[in-house]
Design a protein. Sequence first.
Length: 467
Amino acid sequence: MGIHKSLLLLFFMLMHQFSYCSAAVHTKKIDNSYCDPSPTESISHEESERLVSQISKALSNAQSDATAKTEILEAEIHYEKSITVFKTGDFAKAKKYFDLFVEKIKMANIDPGLYFFIFDDVGEIITKLKRIYSSSSAMISSSLNGYAIPMSIENNDIVEKYISVYSSNKAVKKALEKSGAYKNIILKTLRDFNLPEELFYLPVVESFYNINDVGNVGEIGLWQIMERRGRALGLQINYWIDERKDPEKSTEAACLYLKQLYIMLNDWHLALAAYNRGEFGLIRDMKSSNATNISEMISRKAIPKETQSYIPKFIAAVTIGNNLEKYGFKDLKYEEPLEYDKYQTNKIIDLKIAAQCAETTVEEIKRLNPALKAWSTPHGYPNFELKIPYGSKGRFIKNIALVKDLNPSPELIKHKVVKGEYIEKIAAKYRTTAKEIYNDNSNLSKQKYLRPGQIILIRPGKKYYNS
């Protein structure tokens, strides 16, 4: 027997023993002591020889199986396409490419001897799918106090401390009032994702419901999403747009992430701690402290101080939010719910043009589209949905059909020179350059100084309209 075949035999026997014991212990059919090797449990040497021989033969044949190689490469292409279109939200195409991926794997006609190398991976997929399909009810099932997420921890004094702090905090009152604008959006998304409705109060802890809030390390928006995390969750973040500021898009991203964390950790307190800490950081903390719940992690100081206080703050926010008068929050003036129509476009539209077509102001268009960073709808964003005032879609479509140039050059502005001004200073004011001003005012090249009261033409830079 060759050395590689001997190693494969040893590996196979160890894996067989380990898999059997792991499965048995996990299902509680046997205890750990039962996993000691014995002739009656172990696969025989003859059987192992036969199986290893078949696996070795399959490995050898795989090297020259050109058909299988081609089908697997094509399967990979379909798989990558499925991921790409999934991120755009086109689930129908994602399913189409995923089905083609599966079909190509079937057409590869993989030798059964190679199943040995993929059984564990397939097992993990099945385990994950079983958890997903069984987790929905667990995510929203109520406990005795009516909440799906436990509203207490072992040391509840910390919770009481934050209830007291929040009850006298004007920022919390303002946050609760601001929540009125986003309540319908968030509750609908929580229901769509089958998540507990008490998560509606998580933005109180994260951002005090401030859509423009920026955290210490660059996290942004209601849900304080980091840039890398946002992109991983499918948000567009670039020069033109930052969807972490979009109430709908960011809420969908946050719900997707929270659902992923719950499926991963199977505990809402741990999922919330991971939302604050990051799942990999939290798992490292759990391993290093042997802690299995948030109370143990807090008592063992296994997590950063910010994460230690995160769950107590959340519980305090939910407790107050559901008992407003008890904690002194009376006569709250909730903001009106956000309402708007959507206009889907593949074109670049100047926001001034959009405002004119909707018969509203640029300020209102910017208020409804807080994710927009530039003077226009984003470049390279197919089927972008521009939000316009509720009830204006009919006239918007009628008006925009008459516009020949949706993104015109900035208009010239007449500027009256005042004492002490010079070209560079004026250029800075209008976010342009001295050279551009000279180009539009040929007579200036003959002047040494500007005269107070003199009129010059200015073509403002794009940033002037975006400031």
